[in-house]
Design a protein. Structure first.
Length: 616
């Protein structure tokens, strides 16, 4: 332990303001106590200096509470309680744990009024409050708080700092901290009696019964999957393949299926309706936490929720997500956020995970990430050539294990079809919604934001939602949808923000790709519909315009003609006025025709060919 440091001079108010300046949300706690002094407790916590001064001007002796969780930038505190009378010593518990697993990283440590310790860490994932996670160890996370130095404990002792706050930053969680926060490994229990060998022909039914048995004990999906996979490997002769498990066994998890009980006299139709062993506890809205939307990419990509990026092939989707990944990995402002002031956007470098079934590391992706400014050591993936890649599905245990271990701020899937389990039909109503639903839970649990890349369909004359209508579920479950496409201007592309569940959609971004780097060209109010309509109209008009141009060149080959005569002849040939107008403009721009006028009242206009290789 380092030397204790206290500040007897600074007042409670000065310390509260200091914590707020360091990004920790504070609120007043009752004098020489632990209970909040405001009506809503830690929900009132703030970094607003004016509010803090008001609180402590009213009572300068208020203790200081610091809200944990997202209010203080993802603060999670390990609370080591020491109570000799009750035989609790969280500090000794931590020391014993570290002997086996390794030391936790150095960070802020405060000494509580009863001689315990608070270890401060930051985590992008939302950590729950946990009581007695280990002997004498509690966790303060989302919706919780701790009492901070120099507050006075009810026993009269002062909370102190081991090391002055601000000398270095609160440490980010690493693998050791995450392992500690997960708690001790659960004791192995025999939930399901099973013979030592499961022969072929009984494997599927036996493993499904195991799912029902473990679900009745209240186990979660991840734990059940792990148990089934272990049982399959150890006792099935031969073991089912991963594909067979996903297709034949694990659907029982999604259906809420439980094995039928034996027929009884009470079963009038031979079957007993099964009841899930669900808790009947519910949450009242006065106790529910109210959160403001948090953004990974301001205004466009909300944290922890699904964002879909859809577009035609060749619209630049891969380069776009490489640029976004580069921004997150480097902590710099993304090209989508150019509208923000210079000192806004971006943040600390964060981890990015991606899975691409369309482009290779060696030939495409590493180069594009590097050129767009990525910190490559912050970007992780599994190559498509790796046999494990086939096990990465939206509802797979393997994907959850990767997210739990690495906790990326952004996880990209390109394209969606590669990560949909084989038994799921994308056109079936609610199939994709159920398939993608686990990603939302992973977002809050592991602090990751899923970005799904989608190919737009080939229908003409449709836009927005209908452009990804191969599965309407994709649109429905996404909290943000961005459509990519090409404008009529050569080399200029667009990203149209079509859906946002957290406010107004952002302006459409105009950009170009120059040497595999996304270059912002500006913003516009036009949406996907406007661009699709323009391109569609241009495509329909192109043959008519070319026909009109050929007519003009042929009509003028005998010499100069009056414009009114040209117009009358074109009308007689069923050439529309709009096609004729566009054809004239093209030929003038190409330097093939010229105009002159003569007279005054009336003024007459003439058009003639300009001598060129073709007209000669």
């Amino acid at each position: 332990m380092t030397e204790r440091v206290t500040d007897a001079v600074a007042s409670m108010k000065e310390w509260a303001l200091r914590y707020a300046h360091l990004g920790l949300a504070v609120f007043p706690v009752k004098e020489k106590g632990k209970a909040p002094a405001t009506p809503h407790g830690c929900k009132d916590a703030t970094t607003d200096a004016l509010q803090i001064e008001t609180w402590w001007n009213i009572n300068p002796q208020h203790n200081i509470g610091i809200a944990t969780g997202s209010r203080s930038g993802g603060l999670v505190v390990i609370d080591l309680d020491i109570d000799e009378e009750k035989g609790k010593n969280g500090y000794e518990t931590l020391k014993e744990w570290q002997k086996e697993h390794g030391d936790l990283p150095e960070t802020w440590i405060s000494i509580t009024g009863n001689g315990g310790y608070h270890y401060f860490y930051r985590d992008t994932a939302a950590n729950k409050n946990k009581v007695a996670l280990y002997d004498g160890v509690d966790i303060r996370g989302e919706g919780g708080y701790i009492v901070a130095p120099p507050s006075i404990h009810p026993n009269g002792h002062t909370y102190e700092w081991e090391q002055e706050p601000g000398e270095y930053e609160i440490a980010q969680v690493n693998g050791q901290v995450i392992k500690f926060l997960l708690g001790p490994a659960p004791e192995k229990k025999q939930y399901f009696h099973q013979e030592e060998i499961i022969p072929e022909g009984q494997r599927v039914s036996t493993l499904i019964q195991l799912i029902g048995s473990q679900r009745s004990k209240g186990l979660g999906e991840a734990a059940i999957r792990a148990a089934v996979q272990a049982e399959n490997e150890e006792k099935c002769i031969p073991p089912l393949t991963d594909q067979e498990l996903e297709r034949q066994v694990f659907p029982a998890l999604k259906r809420g299926w439980m094995p039928e009980r034996p027929y009884t006299k009470a079963c009038d139709k031979g079957k007993v309706r099964q009841q899930k062993n669900n808790s009947l506890e519910m949450v009242t809205m006065d106790s529910a936490q109210e959160k403001e939307p948090d953004w990974l990419i301001t205004g466009y990509i909300p944290r922890y929720q699904i964002t879909s990026l859809a577009g035609d092939g060749g619209s630049g989707k891969t380069t776009v997500w490489c640029a976004l990944a580069a921004a997150v990995s480097s902590g710099k402002k993304s090209f989508l956020e150019d509208f923000l002031p210079e000192d806004c956007g971006g943040g600390k470098p964060q981890k990015v995970m991606f899975f691409s079934a369309e482009d290779s590391f060696e030939y495409t992706l590493k180069r594009r990430l590097r050129k767009n400014g990525a910190i490559l050591e912050n970007i992780l993936s599994i190559d498509i050539a790796d046999e494990r890649f086939q096990d990465i599905k939206f509802n797979s245990l393997f994907l959850e294990q990767l997210l739990e271990k690495y906790r990326p701020a952004l996880c990209i899937f390109d394209p969606i079809q590669a990560f949909v389990p084989p038994e799921i039909r994308m056109g079936d109503r609610n199939a994709i919604r159920n398939c993608l639903a686990p990603l939302i839970g992973y977002g809050e649990k592991y602090g990751t934001t899923p970005l799904i890349i989608v190919h737009a369909n080939k229908q003409s004359g449709v836009w927005g939602r209908k452009r990804i209508a191969d599965s309407a579920d994709i649109w429905d479950i996404s909290r943000s949808v961005i459509m990519a496409g090409e404008t009529n201007e050569t080399g200029i592309r667009y990203l149209s923000h079509e859906k946002s569940n957290y406010g107004m959609t952002g302006n459409t971004v105009l950009y170009a790709i120059e040497d595999e780097v996304v270059c912002l060209k500006g913003y516009t109010k036009k949406k996907d519909k406007d661009f699709v309509t323009e391109v569609d109209y241009t495509t329909r008009q192109a043959p008519q315009r070319e026909e009109a141009k050929e007519f003009i060149l042929d009509f003028l080959k005998d010499g100069e003609k009056e414009v009114s005569e040209l117009d009358a002849m074109a009308k007689a040939q069923s050439i529309s006025a709009n096609s004729l107008k566009n054809a004239k403009a093209d030929l003038k721009k190409e330097g093939k025709i010229k105009y002159r006028s003569e007279g005054f009242n009336p003024k007459r206009f003439f058009v003639a060919l300009i001598a060129t290789e073709k007209t000669n």
